[in-house]
Design a protein around this ligand. Structure first.
Ligand SMILES: [Zn+2]
Length: 383
């Protein structure tokens, strides 16, 4: 049976382990875990640490706790809004993201992320992605829950036919309690919510809050995440969000749609359900691009790089590359000339048009693709 991976919301010492070789480091506090479970969770943190950039260590508290028969895990990100340097006002950001954006620790003494994992589930604690048929892969589930804690999360709630953003209270998740003070959410959305768009009624954040139109949208099964970077990474299409006809607190509106991204799809990690015997140790291109949309900076050389200026998108792949680099501009509709520069801005190669080009002759290192007709650029790593 597939179990639900829930997320709580916004909301925050033991074994400390820092990985200095990563773009972001995590300090994980383990409660009620075995040594093998702790190792698997640290492995998941290291995966995120290689994807996202942050100068501020990310503080995570993981507690094994009885969650009932239907849940594997639930995550509560600590939150901040209207901090100095916040990209958008009146908007909640996970503290791990806010700290990354500002480069300073805004929540001294508080965790960034509280994760609860079901102590009664049958966990596979190996890090090789090879669970038994009846086992849940802990690295995969921890990777999923950390994704929520890092900001893949919204503040939606539905009571009766009234939908709301930013009215969640600690009591909604009793008996679980966060290690940090639950913020007064002030009926404000999270940055993730600002990209949620209902096909019929438009952006959720433009609807009366609380309200019945918002409530209908949350269970209308037609919500999409229209962030510009993820759309550029997805051939112009907004990824579909899980919004089933029966609202599920902690599951609806905070995951990719299960049926659109089933097991085996590269974007399966951030769907609401997890199957025993399955493993996935990479968030997938859509999730990673959504993390960029909400404000994260990617570590050098991660995945699919693009830089968007208004509606124009430059995409380059694979990253890193050893020989061929594909350059796609404007969804393939534009094919002008450009150059490749090194980190110092020196032109090391010129190309007559977009498409696949050979970079085999370049020394290993970081480079930028620049197009002549625009200041759009993208970064890649030559191995
Ligand atoms: Zn989840």
């Amino acid at each position: 049976m597939a179990l639900s991976r829930l997320v709580g919301t916004l909301i925050v010492a033991g074994v400390a382990l820092a990985q200095s070789s990563h773009a972001a480091t995590f300090t994980v506090t383990h409660v009620n875990s075995t040594a093998a479970q702790a190792t698997a969770i640290e492995h998941a943190a290291e995966i995120w640490g290689g994807i996202l950039e942050s100068a501020v260590p990310i503080k995570v508290r993981v507690t094994f706790f009885p969650l009932g028969a239907n849940a594997l895990g639930i995550t509560f990100p600590n939150g901040r809004r209207d901090f100095s340097g916040a990209p958008l006002p009146q908007t909640w950001y996970a503290t791990a993201l806010a700290n990354s954006i500002t480069g300073t620790e805004l929540n001294t003494g508080e965790s960034d992320i509280d994760i609860f994992l079901n102590i009664t589930a049958s966990w596979y604690t190996g890090t090789d992605g090879n669970p038994g048929a009846g086992e849940y892969d802990l690295v995969s589930v921890a990777l999923h829950e950390l994704g929520h804690g890092l900001g893949f999360v919204g503040l939606s709630k539905k009571m009766g036919n009234q939908g709301s953003l930013g009215t969640l209270q600690a009591s909604d998740f009793a008996p679980l309690t966060t290690s940090f003070p639950w913020p007064q959410l002030d009926t404000l959305p999270g940055i993730f919510d600002r990209y949620l768009n209902d096909l019929q009624d438009g952006p959720l954040t433009m609807m009366a809050n609380p309200g019945t139109v918002l409530g209908s949208a949350m269970t209308g099964h037609q919500i999409y995440f229209n962030g510009p970077l993820v759309m550029a990474a997805n051939a112009g299409n907004a990824p579909r969000i899980y919004a089933p006809t029966t609202y599920a607190l902690g599951s609806s509106c905070v995951h990719l749609n299960e049926a659109t991204y089933p097991v085996g799809n590269p974007n399966e990690l951030m769907t609401p359900f997890s199957s025993p015997g399955a493993a996935n140790h990479w968030p997938g291109p859509l999730c990673i691009a959504m993390m960029q949309d909400i404000g994260w900076t990617l570590a050098p050389g991660v995945g699919f790089a693009e830089n968007v200026e208004t509606t124009e998108a430059l995409q380059i792949w694979p990253i890193p590359t050893e020989d061929l680099l594909n350059i796609n501009f404007g969804g393939g509709t534009r094919n002008g000339s450009g150059t490749i520069t090194d980190a110092g801005g020196r032109v090391v190669l010129a190309f007559p048009r977009c498409g696949p080009i050979s970079v085999a002759a370049l020394e290993p290192g970081a480079y930028f693709v620049r197009l002549d007709e625009t200041r759009v650029h993208a970064r890649f790593i030559k191995q």
